[in-house]
Design a protein around this ligand. Structure first.
Ligand SMILES: Cc1ncc(COP(=O)(O)O)c(C=O)c1O
Length: 430
């Protein structure tokens, strides 16, 4: 595979963009090799400037559940953009998509749109603090909720690449009110929430973690979390920025049978455009300005082009769509895990429906400590480069999840399975 044009563009990029990228893991520093510069995408494929085609399992970090350039989404965006790009007023597009989301996710009685997942999580936390009058927040090791100061500790994938445990530039005071607990550890959760119950404003969690590989929260853990937060008047925030509308239209909260107080969404709801949203119980949401005293605003929030494209995407995500996609993924996972077990290869595919990750050990991965031992490091880099050579584009970081879209065929997944089998046969992990 030749990537001469990508390399030339990337050299130019390094002269004008920090590290040649606008988000760190795109630099391939976690996997080695030359970063690719992409030209266009169609369906399940990405094409670089050397006209190499890649079957894309990164899918803009999970946003593109319909693959690249889905005609419905493109048409909706085109038609809307012709009427103007941004009005700075309420628009019908916002009302329509908010209505759709509140019908699909009933815990979200009221919604506020923002421009990124980071903004959604940051704002939900401010709202929880304003609502409760408390300062402390609880998160879980290995969960990533965007690059907001108060959340940037033990924060999984991209952050794990840093030499420091969290980012430089964060005043100590910002993290003094943050407690980061082990994921799936019910005993520590109980002890901590009980000890600090009068000071904790909120607990934020990825109900299926996707930034330390894929780790679903244990049902018992989530149940305890909901029970205790309710009892102590702590706001429970589900960060469904990655999981939202990925596995079903009710999101993970419907599948788990847990109703959070607030939910953060992003990625898929924008149809591939920049977006974030948070919403929840009306009683809490009404504390937001202009109804309440918690301030949060945005010049481009609820942009009509984004809203219309997002709604066009969401309208295609019905029961039948999820049924087909999830089944394809179950079949793939069964095939590949069966192979690893039969051949006694020391890896497994950890997955939750169409969110997946290869873990470099046989045993299940339950928390961030497990995830770090199972991420692969240099071996993951080798796997990444092997797949790239086979025309398969994966997330260039070993703690990221990879994703399957509705446009990936059984044949695509078969090619991925073959490439994985070839690699691990050669490597012989034990
Ligand atoms: C679970 C989760 N929350 C929040 C974010 C931050 O979203 P954004 O990158 O849109 O700011 C991400 C991004 O990957 C995420 O996976």
């Amino acid at each position: 595979m030749r990537t001469q044009h990508s390399q030339e563009y990337f050299q130019q990029a390094e002269k004008v963009l920090v590290g040649g990228v606008n988000s760190p893991v795109r630099s391939f520093r976690g996997v080695g090799g030359h970063p690719l510069v992409m030209k266009y995408g169609r369906g399940a494929r990405l094409f670089d400037y050397d006209n190499n085609a890649y079957t894309d399992y990164c899918l803009s970090w999970g946003a593109l559940i319909l693959g690249h350039a889905h005609p419905n989404v493109i048409l909706a965006a085109k038609k809307t953009v012709e009427k103007g790009t941004s009005f700075g007023t309420t628009t019908r597009e916002e009302i329509e998509i908010a209505g759709h989301i509140t019908r699909c996710v009933p815990s979200m009685e009221l919604v506020r749109f923002v421009n990124s997942g980071t903004e959604a999580a940051m704002s939900a936390i401010r709202l929880a603090r304003g609502f409760t009058g408390r300062d402390m927040l609880v998160k879980f090791d290995g969960c990533y909720h965007g690059h907001f100061d108060d959340l940037l500790t033990a924060a999984g994938s991209g952050v794990a690449m840093l030499a420091e445990s969290s980012s430089l530039g964060i005043p100590r005071a910002h993290l003094n009110n943050t407690l980061s607990l082990p994921y799936n550890d019910t005993a520590v959760l109980k002890e901590t929430l009980t000890k600090h119950k009068d000071n904790i404003a909120c607990v934020i969690i990825e109900p299926v973690a996707g930034n330390m590989g894929v780790i679903p929260a244990a049902p018992e853990f989530l149940k305890t979390l909901r029970g205790l937060t309710k009892e102590y008047g702590i706001v429970l925030i589900f960060d469904e920025i990655m999981t939202g509308f990925r596995t079903s239209s009710g999101c993970v909260q419907a599948e788990a049978g847990i109703t959070p107080d607030l939910t953060c969404l992003g990625k898929i709801i924008g149809g591939g455009f920049p977006v974030g949203a948070y919403g929840g119980r009306a009683e809490i949401m009404k504390r937001l300005s202009p109804l309440g005293g918690v301030y949060q605003a945005g010049t481009f929030s609820g942009n009509p082009v984004v809203m219309k494209a997002g709604l066009a995407a969401l309208r295609l995500l019905n029961h039948k769509f999820y049924g087909r996609l999830n089944q394809k993924c179950e079949d793939f996972a069964r095939d590949i895990n069966g192979h690893f077990a039969r051949e006694n290869i020391g890896v497994h595919l950890s997955h939750y429906k169409s969110m997946m990750s290869i873990r470099f050990r046989k045993e299940p991965v339950l928390n961030y400590a497990d995830a770090q031992t199972a991420a692969g490091g240099e071996r993951y880099g080798q796997l990444f480069r092997h797949l790239l050579h086979a025309g398969i584009y994966w997330p260039p970081a070993d703690l990221e999840a990879f994703f399957v879209s509705g446009m990936h065929t059984k044949k695509d997944l078969g090619q991925l399975a073959d490439a994985l089998k070839k690699f691990f046969k050669a490597g012989g992990e034990r």
